[in-house]
Structures are given as structure tokens and as C-alpha cells.
Design a protein around this ligand. Structure first.
Ligand SMILES: Cc1cc2nc3c(=O)[nH]c(=O)nc-3n(C[C@H](O)[C@H](O)[C@H](O)COP(=O)(O)OP(=O)(O)OC[C@H]3O[C@@H](n4cnc5c(N)ncnc54)[C@H](O)[C@@H]3O)c2cc1C
Length: 389
């Protein structure tokens, strides 16, 4: 099915077996604020590295696994089968970085990140700028051989795990004044301060604090690429991550359909298995059908990445799959809670956890409405043929 090669199937099976090792620890994570005992979390991290499921998106020349986009999707799909973000140990560092990293960045952060020795976080969103990245107010001012960074960033995922942050800011002066630039800020650094750590719907070990950057001085070598490149990296990241969000949503939906179907087979209501109740059967059938459609779309889009399709076309397609797969997974989670009944409302139930966890997939990396606008924009500019033919 899906014309996967022998290598694809082997990688998929390896990732699936690893996800199956992680699943039994979900409940412990849920009961402990999303965290596993440190030794266990470290063991999962080491195992992901050992199994070749880490940095699948980074070219082999930069020490990564150099997998095809389709293979990356297959791995992230399995990561998505696991709740509480335990699958995030199959980490994908920034794949756009090797091409533009200077020697310092490569040795100090990029290569150790790809080897799994440290992790990054992204500080782009602000209180007044989320969907519209062009509205950020954080600033970068050149001062001799340094830049001085100021701003407050919201939802900085994995800050508590990170050795450094990518910080996006608007240049205040010089030939590129008004353009967005990206910098690496080592953590901790003088002037970097956690304002607060809000609680979110999901229960995961990765925090999303609000972080203030007050007069943070970084050497000019911490500028990533050129001064006007910030948005280029953001778009590159969006294309990649939207496809991976879709992949993880496929995995979540598959697990939900499987678990809800198993329950519906075993649960007896008024003398017969729940699955024989047509209203319940319809929910399961719709879920399986939508999963099939989303998977076909996502694999096809990954294949077009591998075939070197035009970037603009991919931008639209990645938006389509992110939109459809994230909305699909949320519908599936909602139905799964319903099929499980009261059990589906208990935190010890996989459907309850996914019901909370999947909600953000419709918001981060561009909310569904933003994806709709991108798709509509491509439709207007390039026509239907460019998107779906
Ligand atoms: C758990 C979590 C983790 C995150 N991690 C990170 C991170 O690590 N780094 C980072 O930089 N950011 C991160 N984010 C931020 C995330 O990318 C933004 O929340 C998202 O892009 C939406 O921005 P916003 O919250 O400011 O919503 P807004 O931009 O205020 O939008 C609110 C809503 O309005 C609608 N909307 C917005 N624009 C339009 C439009 N043009 N037309 C129609 N409707 C529109 C959408 O429904 C949207 O959800 C994270 C967010 C969450 C919740």
C-alpha cells in the first residue's frame, strides 16, 4: 500500500516498534506533569539516536540521517501515535541551518544538536504578533562587533530543555533596517529572563514560557545567514513543520481509530457489541475514511518534496495537508471520546489526552484560517491545477 519501498517499510517498522515502547509510559507522564523520571527520558533519547530516528531531516553531510521527506513523514507519523509528546525524542533539528551556518555556529551548536547533545528552541511569536510574523516588535541593533537584542517572546516551546534559542528581531538601523534577522542566543545569557511559565491544555514536559530579552549582547557571528534572512528561514521551517504536523496527526488518528474500534468491539451495550450500533459504527467509519484521505495527501506531498517540486507550490500543498490532517485528527479525537463514553473523559484514556493535545495542531505553525488563506492565495495566483493536479 502507498507504494513504499523496502527501505521505507523497514524505517516505518523501526519507528513503529519504538513508538510502541514509549506508549506504556504515557500514563506516568500524564500523572507527573508530562515528565518521566530523568533516567527513563534519557534512555528514550539514547534509543531514538541508536535506532536512527533522530535528525532524520538533516542531510548526512551535516551528520543527520539524510532521510527522504517521505521517510521523515513515516517516522513522525509514528511519533504522533504517542501522547504527552513522548515521541518528541525523535527530534528534527532545523534542517535549513546546515546550508547557512557559519563555522562557529556549525561547531558550537549545529553539529552537537544533530548528534543529540543539545537542543534548540524558537523565539519568534510575541504578545502582539503570532499569525502575522511580519508584526514582531523585537529589535536588533548593531553595536560594533555585536548586536543588542530586545523583546519579549511568547510560547517558547522547549525553552526548559534548550541550550540556545533562535531569536527573531527587526533590525533598527543600517542598510537592512526594518528587515527581520535571526540570531542564536545561548541559554542562559545575561539579559534573558523567564517572565512566567503558563500552564497549557496538554500535559507535556516541554514548557512554553514567556521570555524577556533585555539588552542581550551577542557577537555578530551569532547572526544566522544574512541580516535580511529571518523570514526566509521562518518560511522554510513552516513548510517542513506543517508537513510534520500533518504526519503526527496521522499517527494520532490511527491510534485513536484503533483504540476506539477495539473498545467498540469489546463493549457490550443492551446485549450487543457497541460496534454493531450504527451511529457508533458511522463515527468509526468516518474516522477511518478521513484518515485514509489525509494519509494519501500527506504521503503524496512528501513525494513532491522529494521530487523537487517548486517551493511556492509546496508552500500551498504543505498548508493543505496541515489544514486537512489537523482538522481531521481533531474530529477523530472528538468522536473517539464519544465512543469511549465516560471513560473517554478520564485522563487515563488515550482519547481524552489526544482530545486536549491535538487542539493545538489547529493553531501552531499557522492556524487553520491562515492555511486557508495561503491555499486560497495560491489558487488565485496559480490556479487549481498547480495545487491538486
Ligand atoms: C503550545 C504552543 C506552542 C508554541 N510554540 C511556539 C514556539 O516554540 N515558538 C514560537 O515562536 N511560537 C510558538 N507558538 C505560537 C504559535 O505559532 C501562535 O500561537 C500561532 O501562530 C497563532 O498566533 P497567535 O496565538 O498570536 O494568534 P493570532 O495571530 O492572534 O490569531 C488568533 C486567531 O485568529 C485567527 N486568525 C489569525 N489571522 C487571521 C487571518 N489573517 N484571517 C482569519 N483569521 C485569522 C485564527 O483563528 C487564529 O487562531 C506556540 C503556540 C502554542 C499554543
Amino acid at each position: 500500500m502507498y507504494s513504499l519501498s523496502a527501505a521505507d517499510l523497514e524505517l516505518q517498522a523501526r519507528a513503529r516498534a519504538f513508538a510502541d515502547e514509549l506508549i506504556p509510559h504515557e500514563q506516568t507522564a500524564e500523572e507527573n506533569g508530562g515528565r518521566l523520571p530523568e533516567a527513563l527520558a534519557r534512555a528514550h533519547h539514547e534509543r531514538a539516536l541508536e535506532l536512527g530516528l533522530y535528525a532524520t531531516n538533516v542531510p548526512a553531510a551535516a551528520g543527520g540521517r539524510g532521510c527522504t521527506a517521505l521517510q521523515q513523514v513515516l517516522v513522525q507519523e509514528q511519533a504522533g501515535r504517542v501522547t504527552n509528546a513522548l515521541g518528541w525524542c525523535m527530534h528534527t533539528p532545523p534542517s535549513w541551518w546546515p546550508e547557512v551556518a557559519n563555522d562557529l555556529q556549525r561547531e558550537r551548536w549545529l553539529l552537537p544538536t544533530v548528534r543529540g547533545e543539545m537542543q534548540e528552541c524558537y523565539a519568534i511569536t510575541e504578545e502582539g504578533a503570532g499569525s502575522d510574523v511580519s508584526g514582531i516588535r523585537a529589535t536588533a541593533r548593531r553595536d560594533g562587533e555585536h548586536y543588542v537584542l530586545d523583546g519579549e517572546k511568547w510560547h517558547v516551546t522547549s525553552y526548559n530543555e534548550a541550550a540556545y534559542a533562535f531569536f527573531q528581531a527587526v533590525l533598527t538601523e543600517g542598510p537592512n533596517a526594518g528587515q527581520q534577522a535571526m540570531f542564536v542566543v545561548e541559554l542562559p545569557s545575561p539579559g534573558v529572563r523567564v517572565v512566567r511559565v503558563p500552564a497549557y491544555s496538554h500535559t507535556i514536559g516541554h514548557e512554553h514560557p514567556i521570555v524577556a530579552f533585555d539588552g542581550v549582547r551577542v557577537p555578530a557571528t551569532h547572526l544566522v545567514g544574512g541580516e535580511a534572512d529571518g523570514m526566509r528561514f521562518a518560511y522554510e521551517w513552516f513548510r517542513f513543520e506543517r508537513l510534520m504536523v500533518a504526519a503526527r496527526c496521522l499517527g494520532a488518528a490511527e491510534r485513536l481509530v484503533e483504540e476506539a474500534t477495539r473498545f467498540a468491539r469489546e463493549r457490550t451495550v443492551q446485549g450487543s457489541p457497541l460496534i454493531e450500533r450504527q451511529l457508533v459504527a458511522a463515527m468509526l467509519a468516518d474516522s477511518a475514511t478521513e484518515l485514509f484521505a489525509a494519509r494519501a495527501m500527506t504521503y503524496e506531498t512528501a513525494r513532491s518534496v522529494d521530487e523537487g517540486a517548486d517551493r511556492k507550490l509546496l508552500h500551498g500543498r504543505c498548508s493543505m495537508v496541515k489544514l486537512f490532517a489537523s482538522e481531521m485528527a481533531n474530529r477523530v479525537a472528538d468522536r473517539a471520546v464519544q465512543v469511549f463514553g465516560g471513560r473517554g473523559y478520564m485522563r487515563e484514556n488515550v482519547a481524552e489526552r489526544f482530545y486536549r493535545e491535538l487542539r493545538v495542531e489547529r493553531i501552531w505553525e499557522g492556524a487553520s484560517e491562515v492555511q486557508q488563506l495561503i491555499v486560497a492565495d495560491q489558487l488565485g495566483k496559480r490556479g487549481l491545477e498547480a495545487l491538486v493536479c
